[in-house]
Design a protein around this ligand. Structure first.
Ligand code: NDP
Length: 307
C-alpha cells in the first residue's frame, strides 16, 4: 500500500495566506484590521508557546493582536473583568482564553462570559449549540482545520464510515458532528468502548484524539483507511523513538540532541504501512488549528465591519 501524507503545514500556510489576502482587502477599503485578543493566565510553558505562535501568526497575516497576561494567582473575577472589557472593545473581533486556566479560576464561567460573536475558539455553549443545530457561527479550530484538510485532499466523506476516538469538547465531539454534517456514518469511541480495535477497523476515516502515545496500531486500521492523528505526545527515550519510527535516524537524533521528539496517538510505522492518506506529527493537524483561529477572526471582523 502506498500511503500519502496530508501536509497540514502546507494547507495551514495556504489558509493563512487566504486570511492575509482578506485582511488586505479590508485595508484597501480603508477599514481597520481584524483584531484578536489572547488572554494568558499563569506560567504554563506550553500555553506561553501557543500564545506566542498565535500572536506571531496574527502579525504575519496583517491581523492586530493584543496579548493580555495575568499571574497564576488571578481570580475568576479578574479574568471575567478582562473578558468583559474585551467584549466591549470595538478593535477586537476575537477573544481567545488560553486553556488550561489555573485551577482556582472557573473555566466554564470564563468561557460562558465571552460574547458568542467574538468566540473564535468556538467553545462557548452557544457556538456548540449552533454546531449541533447546523446554524453557523464559530466552530472549534482543531476539528474545523481537519475538515479543511480532508476537503482539500479530496477525501469523500458522504456515506463513509468515520470513527472518532476521543469525546472531548474541543476535539472529539465537534469532530464527530462535522463529519456527520458531511454525511459520514459516525461512531464516537472513548475509554469505556469495548473492543476498540474492532470498531476502529470499520473506519474508512479514522480520527485519533486521545492523548495516548502511539496507542492506535495496525491492528486498529482497515487497509487503505484515511488516518488523522490529532495527538501530541513527547517521547524522550531514543530506543522508544527508534521503535515507533522504524529506526528513523532523524527522530533518534532529535531525542539525543534536543531531548525529545513528538509522536501522535497513532503508531507512525502502522500509518505508513496501512493508511492511504495520513497526517504526520508534527506538521499534520497542529498547523491547521492556528490557521483556523486566524480564519475565524477574519470572519468575525467581516461580520462586525459589514465587509
Ligand atoms: P482529552 O484528554 O480531553 O480527551 C481524551 C479522550 O480520549 C477522552 O474522551 C478519553 O475518553 C479518550 N481516551 C483516552 N484513553 C482512551 C483509551 N484507552 N481508549 C479509548 N479512548 C480513550 O484530550 P483532547 O481531546 O483535548 O486532546 C487529545 C489529544 O489531541 C492530546 O494529545 C492533545 O494534546 C491533542 N490536541 C492537539 C491539538 C492540535 O492542534 N494538534 C489541539 C487539541 C488537542 P473518556 O472521555 O472516556 O475519558
Amino acid at each position: 500500500m502506498t500511503s500519502q501524507v496530508m501536509d497540514g503545514k502546507a494547507i495551514g500556510e495556504a489558509i493563512r495566506s487566504e486570511v492575509a489576502a482578506g485582511a488586505a482587502q479590508l485595508k484597501a477599503k480603508g477599514l481597520r484590521p481584524p483584531g484578536l485578543a489572547a488572554v494568558l493566565v499563569g506560567e504554563n510553558p506550553a500555553s506561553r508557546v501557543y500564545v506566542a505562535s498565535k500572536v506571531k501568526a496574527c502579525a504575519e497575516a496583517g491581523l492586530f493582536s493584543d496579548k493580555i497576561e495575568r499571574p497564576a494567582s488571578a481570580s475568576t473575577a479578574e479574568v471575567l473583568q478582562i473578558v468583559g472589557d474585551l467584549n466591549g472593545r470595538s478593535d477586537i473581533d476575537g477573544i481567545l482564553v488560553q486553556l488550561p486556566l489555573p485551577k482556582q479560576v472557573d473555566e466554564g464561567a470564563v468561557l460562558r462570559a465571552i460574547d458568542p460573536t467574538k468566540d473564535v475558539d468556538g467553545f462557548h455553549p452557544v457556538s456548540m449549540g449552533n454546531l449541533l443545530l447546523d446554524q453557523g457561527g464559530f466552530e472549534p479550530c482543531t476539528p474545523a482545520g481537519i475538515m479543511e484538510l480532508l476537503k482539500r485532499y479530496g477525501v469523500e466523506m458522504k456515506g463513509r464510515r468515520a470513527v472518532v476516538v476521543g469525546r472531548s469538547h474541543i476535539v472529539g465531539k465537534p469532530m464527530a458532528l462535522m463529519l456527520l454534517r458531511e454525511h459520514a456514518t459516525v461512531t464516537i469511541c472513548h475509554s469505556r468502548t469495548q473492543d476498540l480495535p474492532a470498531v476502529c477497523r470499520e473506519a474508512d476515516i479514522l480520527v485519533a484524539a486521545m492523548g495516548k502515545t502511539a496507542f492506535i496500531t495496525g491492528e486498529f486500521m482497515k487497509p487503505g483507511a484515511v488516518v488523522v492523528d490529532v495527538g501530541i505526545n513527547r517521547v524522550t527515550d531514543a530506543e522508544e523513538a527508534a521503535r515507533l519510527f522504524g529506526g528513523d535516524e532523524n527522530r533518534i537524533r532529535q531525542v539525543r540532541e534536543k531531548g525529545s521528539t513528538l509522536v501522535g496517538d497513532v503508531l507512525p510505522t502502522a500509518m505508513w504501512e496501512k493508511a492511504s492518506l495520513y497526517t504526520p506529527v508534527p506538521g499534520g493537524v497542529g498547523p491547521l488549528t492556528i490557521a483556523m483561529l486566524m480564519s475565524n477572526t477574519l470572519k468575525s471582523a467581516r461580520l462586525r465591519l459589514g465587509a
